[in-house]
Ligand binder design. Structure first.
Ligand code: CO
Length: 193
């Protein structure tokens, strides 16, 4: 498992709900937490690690020692939104790129836990922001899609560099073509339904 960087096509994949919480899913979540900590991130969505499942992990401490702060959201749905706030965001799929994003200030998220329990999370502040960023990922939406024109302009060059790196990696055979990626994601979706 590794973290995909923009503009990898899986980052644009809209994930389907997971139908059961089994050992393979729990193992996947564990690996996602570990990768997230390696990258010093506070959240990571399954399509960032090339998997088409509606799952994301979050730990605002970004520290494996703070395991009590670990949250895994399975099939998350935002059921309520309140207020608005703008703050700078980054993303493990966009190393070195930060930009202000407008989000709802408070949200309620319904999701299944790793125990298979349906829970409602009342989130505000950074928790609410991170959850909205990650749920966007599951719909194939990236934080750069939500920038103001001026913020977009400010990151344009850095995005261009990531795009160039992606095309170089692809020419080197390090990244499969779009068709191969689509077939693999469809196969994985079939396995879990
Ligand atoms: Co992200």
């Amino acid at each position: 498992m590794r973290i995909l960087k923009y503009p990898h096509p899986t980052l644009r994949h809209k994930s389907k709900p997971v139908t059961r919480v089994d050992r393979a899913l729990k193992e996947m979540v564990r690996q996602m937490f570990d990768l997230m900590y390696e990258g010093n991130g506070i959240g990571l969505a399954a399509n960032q690690v090339d998997l088409p499942y509606r799952v994301f992990v979050m730990n605002l401490e970004s520290d494996p020692a703070a395991a009590d702060q670990e949250l895994a959201f399975i099939n998350p749905v935002i059921t309520h939104r309140k207020g608005g706030a703008e703050a700078e965001e980054g993303c493990l799929s966009f190393p070195g790129i930060y930009a202000p994003v407008h989000r709802s200030e408070k949200i309620v998220v319904a999701a299944y836990s790793l125990d298979g329990k349906e829970l409602a999370y009342d989130l505000s502040g950074l928790h609410a922001r991170a959850a909205q960023h990650e749920i966007d990922h599951l719909d194939g939406i990236l934080f750069i899609d939500r920038l103001s024109p001026s913020a977009r302009l400010a990151v344009k060059q850095a995005l261009g560099e990531l795009e160039q790196q992606f095309h170089t990696d692809r020419r080197l055979g390090l990244i499969p073509d779009d068709q191969q990626i689509a077939v693999r994601l469809a196969e994985l979706e079939g396995v879990r339904t």
